[in-house]
Design a protein around this ligand. Structure first.
Ligand SMILES: NC(=O)c1ccc[n+]([C@@H]2O[C@H](COP(=O)([O-])OP(=O)(O)OC[C@H]3O[C@@H](n4cnc5c(N)ncnc54)[C@H](O)[C@@H]3O)[C@@H](O)[C@H]2O)c1
Ligand SMILES: O=c1ccn([C@@H]2O[C@H](COP(=O)(O)OP(=O)(O)O[C@H]3O[C@H](CO)[C@@H](O)[C@H](O)[C@H]3O)[C@@H](O)[C@H]2O)c(=O)[nH]1
Length: 471
């Protein structure tokens, strides 16, 4: 097996872009080419102005500035990059299927299959293929079958190397990963291929954080990691509802249980619901796999994590309507935040989209401010739902660049993303300009330290009963 001098990554998205940037930064002697069919995305990756990269991630621009043009390249010439590469990462999207068998549950593997067929068609020498995308367990079998039966007598080794970075902290997560997981075949060639990939990560990570397993354990571990993380959020969200009716405070409960080292303090923030492109998709995939294998109790167990998440979003929207005297019709509701979490411009599956949908069905007017999400993205998220009349969206939704403008003359504020800047606002000024009584619905648990009640706000924070300065 020849040493890896040339890497190609198919898919320059939220994973491919940052991951290849860090691999290139840490391995200056390896040429890394990230390719994508999406021309505007590649153009943005090549933009001179680093503020215009297609993805916002703290620290990403600095890494790209260091490696781009040295040993990091972005291109739309997929065939050329495949042909030149010793190792090919597949980092394309694997969304939930929207058609046919498994619709709404299974992962759509059409992009993966297209990549495998393209590699098989173009490759003229042996290559290591790395599954970077999140895939159902045993996908490597299908990839191998396509490569082996339509190839040109070329040998392929398939590795599974799922990515665990979280958006908003991608660069930090990549540079200081808790672990890297590499699954491969237990054969001579399989072990050599795994070693090639271990070497790449070992240029910056301690060896004991690089785990090697069989392919199936690696593929399945990715789905399981996300299922466990999301389960913690749904668990604490379930408790938040119980807190609201018992005068317990979910933040105090989370702190108390998190001190137990067996439970740990992370991922216990009650919220308006988890979003992002991964949790829901990957759990649905796990549920689908379990059902397909006849493991109905296993499927039901994990499905409950999603059911609780949907419930949390619904009840937050209902709480707003109920508190505003059972009607939000023609009232102005200010949204602080649209991204699914702070420090990202990604809005996929963001809870804010679903809260807006419900309030628009109640004929509310919504004014949205998010420090990183662009107006066209917000409108496209709402139109994509397919449940709202486009005319209604146009009439009732406004996106503004100034948070004070968003909150001016609002009946209520809904905090839907935990952006740090929200707690720095002049809340006295906000209060003075709002319709009274002025309500704040905190879906992210960030307002406690602000003591908004002192300005006479009526505050609902998930997991705590409504509070006013009168107690
Ligand atoms: N977003 C995350 O935080 C994250 C973290 C870990 C794992 N993952 C997984 O990584 C995978 C990619 O996720 P993402 O968020 O980067 O998706 P993305 O949609 O941002 O990027 C995927 C890119 O692949 C490109 N693409 C698709 N088919 C192609 C082809 N045949 N040739 C060239 N380019 C092609 C698309 O144009 C797109 O730009 C998914 O399986 C996801 O589950 C995502
Ligand atoms: O205590 C918490 C923690 C998270 N969330 C929400 O959960 C969602 C997901 O957050 P996070 O996991 O931080 O971001 P992702 O980028 O979706 O990352 C997850 O999904 C990725 C894609 O598979 C994995 O690689 C990561 O390890 C995994 O954390 C967001 O809406 C968060 O606001 C909460 O509501 N409460």
């Amino acid at each position: 097996m020849r040493p890896t001098k040339n890497i190609c990554c198919i898919g320059a998205g939220y994973v491919g872009g940052p991951t290849m940037s860090v691999i290139a930064q840490k391995n200056p002697s390896i040429k890394v080419t990230c390719v994508d069919l999406n021309e505007s995305r590649i153009k943005a990756w090549n933009n001179e102005n680093l503020d215009n990269l297609p993805i916002y991630e703290p620290g990403l621009a600095e890494v790209v500035a260091e490696a781009r043009g040295r040993n990091l390249f972005f291109s739309t010439d997929v065939d050329k990059a495949i042909d030149e590469a010793d190792m090919i990462f597949i980092s394309v999207n694997t969304p939930t299927k929207t058609y046919g068998e498994g619709k709404g549950m299974a992962a759509d593997l059409k992009y993966i299959e297209l990549c495998a067929r393209q590699i098989a068609r173009v490759a003229t020498n042996d290559k290591i293929i790395v599954e970077k995308s999140t895939l159902p367990v045993r996908t490597a079998e299908a990839v191998k079958s396509i490569l082996d039966h339509t190839g040109n007598g070329v040998n392929f080794q398939i590795l599974s190397n799922p990515e665990f970075l979280a958006e908003g902290t991608a660069i930090q997560d990549l540079q200081n990963a808790d672990r890297v997981l590499i699954g491969g075949e237990n054969t001579e060639d399989g072990k050599l291929a795994m070693q090639e990939l271990v070497n790449i990560y070992a240029s910056w990570l301690p060896k004991d954080r690089i785990l090697t397993t069989n392919v199936w354990s690696s593929e399945l571990s990715k789905l399981v990691a996300n299922a466990f993380l999301a389960q913690r959020v749904s668990s604490i969200n379930a408790i938040s509802e119980l807190c609201e009716v018992t005068e317990a405070d979910v933040q105090e409960v989370a702190k108390a249980i998190g001190k137990d080292s067996r439970i740990g303090p992370k991922f216990l923030n009650a919220s308006v619901g988890f979003g992002g492109s991964c949790f829901q998709k990957d759990i649905l995939n796990l549920v689908y796999i379990s059902k397909s294998l006849g493991l109905n109790e296993v499927a039901d167990y994990w499905e409950q994590v999603i059911i609780m998440n949907d419930h949390q979003k619904n009840r937050f929207a209902r709480k707003i309507v109920k508190t505003l005297y059972n009607t939000v019709a023609d009232k102005k509701i200010a949204f602080l935040g649209w991204a699914f979490k702070k420090d990202t411009n990604d809005t996929r599956e963001s809870a804010a989209i679903y809260i807006a949908e419900k309030l628009l069905h109640e004929q509310a007017n919504i004014t949205i401010y998010d420090p990183k999400v662009k107006e066209h993205q917000i409108f496209s998220d709402l139109e994509y739902l397919g449940t709202l009349d486009p005319e209604i969206i146009k009439q009732r939704v406004r996106v503004v660049n100034d948070p004070y403008l968003a909150m001016d003359q609002a009946h209520a504020i809904a905090i839907l993303t935990e952006w740090d800047e929200f707690i720095t606002y002049d809340w006295r000024r906000v209060y003075d300009k709002m319709v009274k009584p002025a309500f704040v619905f905190d879906g992210r648990g960030i307002t406690d330290g602000l003591n908004l009640e002192k300005y006479d706000f009526q505050v609902f924070r998930l997991g705590k009963s409504i509070t006013t300065n009168k107690g």
